[in-house]
Design a protein around this ligand. Structure first.
Ligand code: HEC
Ligand code: HEC
Ligand code: HEC
Length: 462
C-alpha cells in the first residue's frame, strides 16, 4: 500500500529525481574523463623514463627496437605502395571515412622528429598525439598499450635512428561527428584496457612470449577478431573478420573452422613464408604481415606465437569441413577445343580458365610443382578457393599476389586490367564450381565491380 502511494501520486517528483540523477551521472562521467585525461597527459613519469633514456643511443637497444618494429608491423600502415618506409600517407578505410597514417620518420616538420620520449610513449600506451589530441583506434594503440615502457622507448630509439623523410599525409575524410577527436575519450573509457602486459606466472616462458607478441605487438586481433558497431574488438577472439573486403580467417584452434588441423610446424612455416602446404597461402593483407613482420622474427618467436594461438578458446562456427576439403580435378576443358562459347555461360568460364590460368595452375587445376615452395598451387583442396567468402578468391584474381620473404619472391600476375567484370565473374564461378563449394558459384559482375574499389596493398600489383 505505502509503496503504491509513493509512486502513484503526482509523478513529478520521480521524474525530477531521475533527471537530477542523470545530470549528476553525466557530471561524474565527465569528471572521470577529465581526471583521466589530466593524468594521461603527465604519463609516463620522468623517473620511469629517466632509468632507460641513457640506453637510447646504444646500438644494441636500437637493434632491439628494429626487431620490435618488425614484430609490430608498423611499416605496413605507415608506408604507401612503393613509398619510403614509415613516411606515412596510406589511407585506412573505416565505416566512418578514411584515416591516413602519418609520417613517423624523425623529420621535424612533417614527421615525429620533434616528439619527446613522453609524447611517444603516451601515443602508444594512451592513444594521444603530441598536442594531447585523441588519436583514432585505426592506429592499434589498444594493442600497443600492452607494450612495456622499455620496448616502447626501444621502438622510438630505432625510428629516430632512421633518415628523416619530408612527406605530409593527406587530410582525413571522416564524416561528422566522427571527425571530432574528443569523442574518442568516451570510446577509450569503454574499450581501451589501459594496462601493460602481465605474464601469467603459471605458464611457460614461451607461452608468455607468444601472448606478448600476439596481443601487444602483432595486433593479430585487429584483423582476426570481429568488431562491434563501434569498431571495438568483440569477445569472439580470433573468430575471423572482414578487413578491407578481405576475409581474415578464424585462427582459433577449432578443427574445421579454424587452424586446429594445422601442426605447430605448419603454423610456423606459414608465418615464416606465407605457405602452409595443403592448407593455405597468404595472398592479401596477411601477405604483408608475413613479408614485413612474421617472416622477420626468430624461429623461437614464431614457435611462441603458435604455442599461444593453440591455447585460445576454439570457436567453431558453421564449417563442417575444412576450407581445403572442396573440389577435384577439372575434366571438361578438353571438350572446349574449337568451340566458341557464349560470353557468360559455364563454358566461357572454362575457356577463360584455359586461356589465363591453366599455364600456371595446370589444365586440371591441380597446380604445377606444388606443394614445393616455388610451385604453383593446386586450386582444388585449396583454402582460398574453398572458403565461404568468395571475396578472397576474387581479390587474388584482381590483384594477383606479390609477396617476398628472405630472398624468395612469390608472384602471380594481376588480372584487374586484363579481364572485365563479366569475365572475372564467369571465371570465378567456373573455379568455384570445379574447385570450391559449388553453392558459392553465384558471383555477379556487380560483386566484382564492388571489389575493384578495395584499396591496394602496399606491395600490391595494381
Ligand atoms: C593498422 C595500421 C597501423 C599500424 C600497424 C601502426 N600504425 Fe601508427 N598510426 C596509424 C594511424 C591511422 C595513425 C593516425 C591516427 C590518427 O590520426 O588519429 C597512426 C598514428 C601513429 C602515431 C602518431 C603520429 C602523429 O603524427 O600523430 C605514432 C607515433 C605511430 N602511429 C607509431 C606507430 C608505431 C611505432 C607502430 C608499430 C609499433 C605503428 N604506429 C603501427 C596506423 C597504424
Ligand atoms: C592486417 C590484417 C591482419 C593482421 C594484422 C594479421 N592477419 Fe592473419 N590474416 C589476415 C587475412 C586477410 C588473412 C587471409 C589470408 C590472406 O590475406 O591472404 C589472414 C590469414 C591468417 C592465417 C591463415 C588462416 C587460414 O585458415 O588460412 C593465419 C594462421 C594468420 N593469419 C595468423 C595471424 C597471426 C598470428 C597474426 C599476428 C601476428 C596475424 N595473422 C595478423 C589478416 C591479418
Ligand atoms: C604466371 C603464373 C600464374 C597465373 C597465370 C595464375 N596464377 Fe594463380 N597463383 C600463382 C602463384 C605462384 C600463386 C601462389 C602464391 C602464393 O604462394 O601465395 C597463385 C595463387 C593463386 C590462388 C591462391 C591460392 C592459394 O593456395 O591460396 C588462387 C585462388 C589463384 N592463384 C587463382 C588463379 C586464377 C583463377 C588464375 C587465372 C585468372 C590464376 N591464378 C593465374 C601463379 C599464377
Amino acid at each position: 500500500m505505502a509503496r503504491r502511494r509513493r509512486y502513484g501520486s503526482g509523478g513529478f517528483r520521480p521524474v525530477l529525481t531521475l533527471l537530477l540523477l542523470a545530470v549528476a551521472g553525466g557530471i561524474a562521467v565527465l569528471g572521470v574523463l577529465l581526471y583521466d585525461y589530466w593524468r594521461d597527459l603527465r604519463y609516463p613519469s620522468q623517473e620511469a623514463i629517466g632509468g632507460i633514456v641513457g640506453r637510447m643511443t646504444d646500438p644494441e637497444f636500437i637493434e632491439r627496437g628494429r626487431y620490435l618494429v618488425a614484430a609490430g608491423d608498423c611499416a605496413a600502415c605507415h608506408t604507401v605502395e612503393g613509398g619510403r618506409p614509415f613516411a606515412g600517407g596510406r589511407g585506412l578505410p573505416t565505416p566512418f571515412g578514411t584515416i591516413h597514417a602519418p609520417n613517423i620518420t624523425p623529420d621535424q616538420q612533417t614527421g615525429i622528429g620533434g616528439w619527446s620520449n613522453r609524447e611517444f610513449v603516451r601515443a602508444l600506451h594512451k592513444g594521444l598525439g603530441s598536442e594531447g589530441q585523441f588519436l583514432y583506434p585505426a592506429f592499434p594503440y589498444t594493442s600497443y598499450t600492452k607494450l612495456s615502457l622499455e620496448d616502447a622507448l626501444a621502438i622510438k630509439a630505432y625510428l629516430f635512428s632512421l633518415d628523416p623523410v619530408v612527406q605530409r599525409a593527406p587530410p582525413n575524410t571522416l564524416e561528422f561527428p566522427f571527425d571530432q577527436r574528443p569523442l574518442m575519450a568516451f570510446w577509450n573509457l569503454l574499450f581501451l584496457d589501459d594496462q601493460r602486459f602481465q605474464p601469467e606466472p603459471g605458464r611457460e616462458a614461451a607461452w608468455n612470449r607468444g601472448a606478448y607478441l600476439v596481443e601487444a605487438l602483432g595486433h593479430c586481433g585487429d584483423c582476426h577478431t570481429p568488431r562491434n558497431l563501434l569498431q571495438a574488438r568483440s569477445g569472439n577472439k580470433f573468430a575471423g573478420a572482414t578487413i578491407e573486403n578481405w576475409q581474415a580467417y578464424n585462427i582459433t584452434p577449432a578443427d574445421n573452422a579454424g587452424i586446429g588441423g594445422w601442426s605447430d610446424a605448419e603454423i610456423e612455416h606459414y608465418l615464416a613464408t606465407g605457405i602452409a602446404p595443403g592448407h593455405a597461402r597468404a595472398s592479401g593483407p596477411m601477405a604483408e604481415v608475413v613479408q614485413y613482420s612474421t617472416s622477420r622474427l626468430t624461429d623461437d618467436d614464431r614457435a611462441a606465437i603458435a604455442a599461444y594461438l593453440r591455447s585460445v578458446p576454439a570457436i567453431a562456427r558453421g564449417a563442417d569441413q575444412p576450407r581445403n576439403g572442396w573440389g577435384g580435378p577439372a575434366a571438361d576443358v578438353v571438350a572446349l577445343r574449337g568451340t566458341v562459347p557464349a560470353r557468360e555461360g559455364a563454358a566461357e568460364g572454362a575457356r577463360l580458365f584455359v586461356g589465363n590460368c591453366a599455364s600456371c595452375h595446370g589444365w586440371t587445376g591441380g597446380g604445377v610443382g606444388a606443394p614445393a615452395e616455388g610451385g604453383y598451387p593446386s586450386l582444388y583442396h585449396n583454402g582460398n578457393v574453398g572458403g565461404d567468402s568468395v571475396s578472397n578468391l576474387l581479390l587474388v584474381m584482381l590483384n594477383g599476389v606479390a609477396r617476398s620473404y628472405g630472398d624468395q619472391q612469390v608472384f602471380m600476375p594481376a588480372f584487374a586490367e586484363l579481364l572485365d567484370d563479366v569475365q572475372i565473374a564467369a571465371l570465378a564461378n567456373y573455379v568455384l564450381r570445379q574447385f570450391g563449394d559449388p553453392a558459392n558459384a553465384t558471383v555477379t559482375p556487380e560483386d566484382v565491380a564492388e571489389l575493384r574499389q578495395t584499396p591496394p596493398l602496399m606491395s600490391g600489383q595494381r
